[in-house]
Every structure is written in C-alpha cells, then in structure tokens.
Write a protein that binds this ligand. Structure first.
Ligand SMILES: Cc1cc2nc3c(=O)[nH]c(=O)nc-3n(C[C@H](O)[C@H](O)[C@H](O)COP(=O)(O)O)c2cc1C
Length: 375
C-alpha cells in the first residue's frame, strides 16, 4: 500500500474534545450589528453560511450577548431566548447539511463598553433616553469619555453568571458544536481581569486571584452547562499594551487556571481596554502570545491578528506556534481563502456537493478555477 500523500500542516484535522475540525483555519468572530432584538436574520445565514462552505475548519458567530444589556449595540446577536436559539438552529442546520466547518458561538457581555450605535452609524454612546441602556462594569471606571458604569452588585454578578448558563444551554439546543467565551477586547470578563477597569475592594478585585474570580466562575458555569464532550474555549487579550494594565504574565496564570478547569483552547488576542494602548502592528503580531501560552501552559492555542497568507498560516501550525489560526478580515476579503490556500499548498480540498458537478469523485477545486478545461 502506498503511504498517504503528505499534507500541509494547515490542512490537518484538529480534535477539540469530540469535535474534530477538518483543518486549522477558523473564521474569527466579527460583529455584524444586523440582528433584530438579538435574533439572527437572513444576513447571518448568508454571512456565516458562505463560510460554512468556504473550506474553513470552524466558523464563529460574532460576539453574542447573554442578556440585552450585554450587547454593544441594538444590532448585536443575543442568546437569551428560545427565539434566538431557533434562528441559530436554522443556520446550524445549514452547516450540518452543506458545510464542512464546525459552528461555534462566541458568548459575551459588553459591560462598560455597551449601549453604542451600530459600528457603521458612528462610535457614539446611546443614552437611556435615546433608546440605550444603563451600562454596568466591575467598577465606576468609565471607558474613554463614556459614562461611568454602575458597579455590579453580587446579586447582579450571580445573575450575569446564570445568564451565561442559560446561553450555553440555548447554544446546545441551537446545535452549536463549540462555545468560545469572550474574555478579550475590553469587554466584561476582560474588565474584571484588568486593573484598568477593576478597582473593586471585594473578593472580585485587587489581587490577580480576585480579578480572575468572576471570569473563572463564569467559565465553570458555562463548562458545566454545555455537554462535556463539546469544547469550550476562551478568547483572551494577552496584554492591554498599556501602563499598569493586564500583562502576558497574568495571562499565563489565567490560562493555567482555565486549563485546570477543562478549557479546550485559548485564542490569543490583545488590547481593547484603553485607546491609549501602544500596539505595533505587523504580520502575525499576536502569534508570539499564542506560542508562549502553548509552550508554557500546554493548552491548545489559536493565533489571531494579521494572518493573511497561506504560507504564513501554514508555518504557524508547522512550527507549532499555535494549533489553529483565526482569520478575520482576510476571510471577509476572500471568503474562498481556504480554497486558495489549499491550492497554493498543493492540498486537495473537498467542497460542498452542489459545487462538485456531476461526477461524484471530482473533488478538486481545480475544476472550478477560471479557465479550467476539466469538467
Ligand atoms: C468587522 C469586525 C468585527 C469584529 N468583531 C469581533 C467580535 O465580535 N468578537 C471578537 O472577539 N473579535 C471581533 N473582531 C476582531 C477579529 O475577530 C480579529 O481578532 C481581528 O480582526 C484581527 O484579525 P484579522 O487581522 O485577521 O482581521 C472584529 C473584527 C472586525 C474586522
């Protein structure tokens, strides 16, 4: 028997619990601000559906709020009602029928960064009298020119934790394969982690152990509410890139605590706490974070940020810097990025049956290339 043909590491499967991604390419969560009262619309079926059949290994919804006041804008997706779950079930049924990608939901609460206009309208805060909602946070520390958030009482913290649980149960009924908890980009769980947003003097503020307490309580509750064989990962900001902010060293401690609790992977992003962050952007600028967490903590990681080229993405996996690569804008720009990457790396790729033509074993995307003579 012939040995199987070598394949590019980017196109090898990756198992997260009982969920196996067919390859390492992930659509990064990207807010669409196109939901109606939290419910997914035809836009989401089109937007996410195109990536279901893109050849990616996993596709994430945008940040999806666990309660109405956890949204960034009125257009954000939500997962607090059966109606929300039904709308997502329509999309997950599309994934199951046509897609090769696994379907994940990113759960979050916006905390002090909520009640905004839709991104494309303006970056403006919406006060309650104009249809917004009171914003809450760990402490009365406002985000850059916005109103002071109302500090969460303990009862509200319990409620927010329980609303994450409700969302995790609804995620299962909607047919999601995996959950990612959003603890990055200056949203609520990150607000608890960073001293720049958390100045509490109770058991949820002060020491690192105290600042990690609420995010870990939420993780435990979500993990317990989602089927054990299905993965729950966490997206973290590995640094605030600002003086006196959250650091990579603290991220390593957080990742170790998450690993001990059964976290499936860490997506290593950064920033979002303050507009005063100093970031030097370059290709793959956050990859060293993913590499460090993977090496030091021994938990699978997902790299994200300015990963745009097939060879670059393949090298990240080949050099074991991360286990998965999440792409945002490059996939928006070219939703067939995985096809084109497979082509560049010489890997045959199976694609959705309606695109395969009349010959069942004609699976190569070569057939679809402009100018191809093969049927
Ligand atoms: C339009 C848009 C919306 C985004 N929304 C989210 C989001 O909902 N959740 C999240 O974790 N990151 C969000 N991000 C960040 C991306 O997931 C990703 O981390 C970032 O764009 C860097 O990756 P890239 O260079 O491949 O685009 C968003 C990015 C864009 C461009």
């Amino acid at each position: 028997m012939n040995a199987p043909a070598p394949t590019a590491p980017l196109f090898t499967p990756f198992a997260l619990g009982s969920v196996t991604l067919p390859n390492r390419i992930v659509l990064s969560p990207m807010g669409q601000h196109s939901a109606i009262e939290g419910t997914a619309t035809d836009w989401h079926l089109m937007h996410l559906g195109q990536f279901a059949v893109s050849g990616a290994g996993a596709v994430f919804t945008e940040a999806t709020a666990i309660e109405p006041s956890g949204r960034i804008s009125r257009g954000c997706l939500g997962l607090w009602s059966d109606e929300h779950a039904r709308a997502f079930a329509r999309i997950s049924a599309f994934f199951a029928e046509y897609g090769s990608a696994k379907f994940g939901v990113q759960l979050y609460h916006s905390g002090r960064k909520g009640s905004m206009l839709k991104r494309w309208e303006a970056r403006n805060f919406v006060p309650v009298e104009q249809g917004g909602w009171p914003i809450e946070g760990p402490s009365a520390l406002p985000y850059h020119g916005r109103p002071e958030p109302l500090p969460f009482s303990r009862d509200r913290l319990r409620e927010v934790r329980d609303n994450h649980v409700r969302a995790a149960r609804l995620a299962e009924s909607a047919g999601f394969d995996l959950i990612e908890l959003h603890a990055a980009h200056g949203y609520l769980l990150h607000q608890f982690l960073t001293p720049l947003a958390n100045s509490r003097d109770d058991e949820y503020g002060g020491s690192l152990a105290n600042r990690m307490r609420f995010p870990l309580e939420v993780f435990d509750a979500v993990r317990a509410a989602f089927p054990p064989q299905k993965p729950v990962g966490v997206r973290v900001s590995c640094s605030d890139w600002a003086d006196n902010g959250w650091t990579l060293e603290e991220t390593l401690e957080f990742a170790a605590a998450l690993k001990a609790r059964g976290c499936a992977y860490i997506c290593a992003s950064a920033g979002g706490t303050t507009p005063d962050q100093h970031i030097e952007l370059s290709p793959g600028y956050q990859v060293p974070f993913a590499e460090r967490i993977k090496r030091d903590i021994g938990i699978p990681t997902m790299a994200v940020g300015l990963i745009t080229e097939a060879e670059q993405a393949n090298a990240i996996i080949a050099k074991d810097q991360a286990d998965m690569v999440a792409l945002g804008r490059a996939l928006l720009y070219d939703p067939r990025w995985p096809w084109h990457a497979a082509d560049k790396l010489g890997v045959p790729l199976t694609y959705a049956p309606p695109y395969r033509g009349e010959y069942p074993n004609m699976r190569s995307t070569d057939r679809l290339k402009p100018g191809a003579t093969k049927k």
